[in-house]
Each structure stands twice: as C-alpha cells, then as structure tokens.
Design a protein around this ligand. Structure first.
Ligand code: SF4
Ligand code: SF4
Ligand code: SF4
Length: 312
C-alpha cells in the first residue's frame, strides 16, 4: 500500500499533527523528546505514582498501627462493666456517651496514637493516678452504653473488676520500710476486704512490726483510689488491667484445701491411729508382771572418794 501524504514516510518518522500537511510545519516533539504530551503524561503518571505511594504509606501506617494496637497490652483501665478487651473493642462504637455521663470526669476517650496505652483511638479509659473511679452506686456510664460494651448486667459496683491493685515497690512503700502510712489502705472503698494490712516482723529493728498493704483480688474493684492517693512521688501501689496483673495456675492444679471444702471433708480420710510403743507405756510392777525394775526406796548418792570423807 502507498504511503498517504499525512502519514510518516517510514515508521521511524514522527506523525504529522491531525489535519496538517506533511512537510509544511515542523513536526512536534515526540513524548520521548519532551513535548507537551510528554509533560502531561509525566504529570499524569507522577500523579498516579504519588497517589499510589500515599495509599501504600497510608496502608502501611494503618497496618502498623492496627498491628501495634493488637500487639500492645492495654495499660489503661476500662470503665466498669467493660467486656474482655477483644470483645470490648469489637462492641464499642466510640460514641463517647459513657464519658459524657461520668459525673467525675474520670473517663476519657483515647487519642490517636498510643499515648494512653489503650491502642484503640476513641475508646473510653481512665488513668488511676489522675482521676480514679468514684464507684457511683447507680453506675451511669454503664447505663449510657448503647451497645453492651459496658455490661448492663453489672448493677452492683462492688462487683466491678476494672483492674487489680498490686503493691509493686516494696523498696519505696513507707509501710514496708517500717513507717506508718496506710493511706492506700484507708482510702479504699472496700477497706479490709480488697486491701488489708498484714503484720510482718521487722528484721531491721527486730522489735517493730511492718504492716504490708495486701490486695485481695476477689474484692478489689480496680477503682484506682489507692494508686491515686499513694503519698510517694511515684505510687508504690498501682492498678493494672486484670490481664496484666494476674498470673495463672496450670489447668491441672488442684488446691487441696478448696477440694476439701467442696467435698465437705478431708480427701484422704481419717488419720491412722498408730499404737504408742515403749516410753509412753507405764512400766508394769516387777511383782506380778514384767517391766522395768522399780525405783530404789532411797536415793543412790555417789559417795565421795576415799580420803575426802567417802566410805571405803
Ligand atoms: S458508651 Fe459504650 S459504646 Fe459508647 S464509648 Fe462508651 S463503652 Fe463505647
Ligand atoms: S483499686 Fe485500690 S482502692 Fe480500689 S478497691 Fe482495689 S485496693 Fe481498694
Ligand atoms: S500509700 Fe503508698 S507508701 Fe503509703 S502504705 Fe500505701 S503504697 Fe505504701
């Protein structure tokens, strides 16, 4: 087929502009030569690359953030009645109604990032050292929650388990140094159940008692008032989420004393009564029976050696 006049003579030559006559005007620069089409295309491609890069970075950031949120243990305390952390995160819609209805400014919404140690922005938490939970009897935060992330079955605030207090620094606690402070003990709303003072010998003075603040997990609500009130610049008693505060026994362990109580008695039956032998049995009289000889009727006193008044 013959070449058309508006077509390049050879495939290597540039195409003439549409409608123009071949050879009458300088051929425009090809994209490879940096013409206007090249600029637009470069800008277009740059735009796509930029958008793709941003999306990748955002995806990477979100991925890292969510991985971090999953990996980090939550340090901040949840409101009373909060479900177990994974269920709570799934159920909480970050509406903030619990925060709004807290009368003591205890609850906050977690900011972006992990500054609060919560790992999930927008979820409610509180910091014991700043503003502890006042354990309101009517538990308004739970009532406000529309999703059940805060369990509406919690009607007695003493049953709340927001966390667990632990005396973390024996070396700084004034009571453990042998002084009397007791502030954490005295501010506890569940005094003498959630926290007691256990008397211990003070080996340093050897004559005074030390009263060790001791927390009992079956009554501590995790309200945080003890941590808030500790007189030290850094609290020696702190409240942690239960998952961080508690250890776990192996599944197969059984506590003998609990099993005994459940069974209503000892699991090993009565102790065997072994017969007493020998020394505890009174000796039989030599008259009419075998046994040890009876004591002499007068005491045997060793005599002094001869020459010192003794008998020969
Ligand atoms: S009221 Fe419930 S759903 Fe709303 S932020 Fe509080 S815990 Fe989450
Ligand atoms: S967190 Fe402290 S003050 Fe609150 S119940 Fe537990 S021991 Fe008592
Ligand atoms: S308030 Fe602090 S220093 Fe005082 S007894 Fe309690 S933990 Fe120890």
């Amino acid at each position: 087929m013959a070449d058309r006049p508006d077509m390049p003579a050879t495939p290597d030559l540039p195409r003439a502009p549409r409608g123009g006559a071949a050879g009458t005007a300088p051929a425009p620069a090809t994209p490879e030569q940096g013409g206007p089409a090249s600029g637009a295309r470069r800008r277009f491609l740059n735009g796509i690359a930029g958008a793709a890069g941003s999306a990748c970075l955002m995806g990477l950031g979100v991925g890292l953030y969510s991985r971090q949120a999953r990996a980090l243990p939550a340090l901040a305390l949840r409101p009373p009645g909060a479900l177990a952390e994974a269920d709570f995160l799934a159920a909480c819609v970050r509406c903030g109604l619990c925060v709004r209805d807290c009368p003591y400014d205890t609850l906050k919404l977690a900011p972006l990032g992990d500054a609060a140690g919560v790992g999930a922005a927008g979820t409610p938490y509180f910091s014991a050292r700043q503003v502890p939970c006042e354990m309101c009897e009517d538990i308004p935060c739970v009532k406000a929650c529309p999703t059940g992330a805060l369990d509406h079955g919690l009607t007695d605030i003493n049953q709340a388990r927001m966390g667990l207090a632990a005396l973390v620094d024996h070396e700084s606690c004034l009571n453990f140094l042998g002084l009397r402070c007791d502030v954490c003990y005295r501010v506890c709303p569940v005094i003498d159940q959630a926290i007691t003072l256990e008397k211990m010998h003070n080996p340093r003075s050897d004559r005074h008692a030390m009263l060790l603040p001791t927390v009992h997990s079956d009554h501590c609500t995790g309200c945080g008032k003890c941590e808030k009130s500790c007189v030290l610049p850094e609290a020696a008693i702190k409240v942690f989420p239960l998952a961080l505060a508690k250890g776990k026994l192996p599944e197969h362990y059984r506590k003998g004393w609990e099993e005994k109580e459940k069974a209503g008695g000892s699991l090993i039956g009565d102790q065997l009564q072994l017969p007493a032998r020998g020394v505890d049995t009174p000796p039989a009289s030599p008259i009419g029976g075998a046994g040890l000889p009876s004591a002499p009727s007068h005491p045997v006193v060793p005599s002094a050696p001869p020459g010192l008044g003794g008998e020969r």
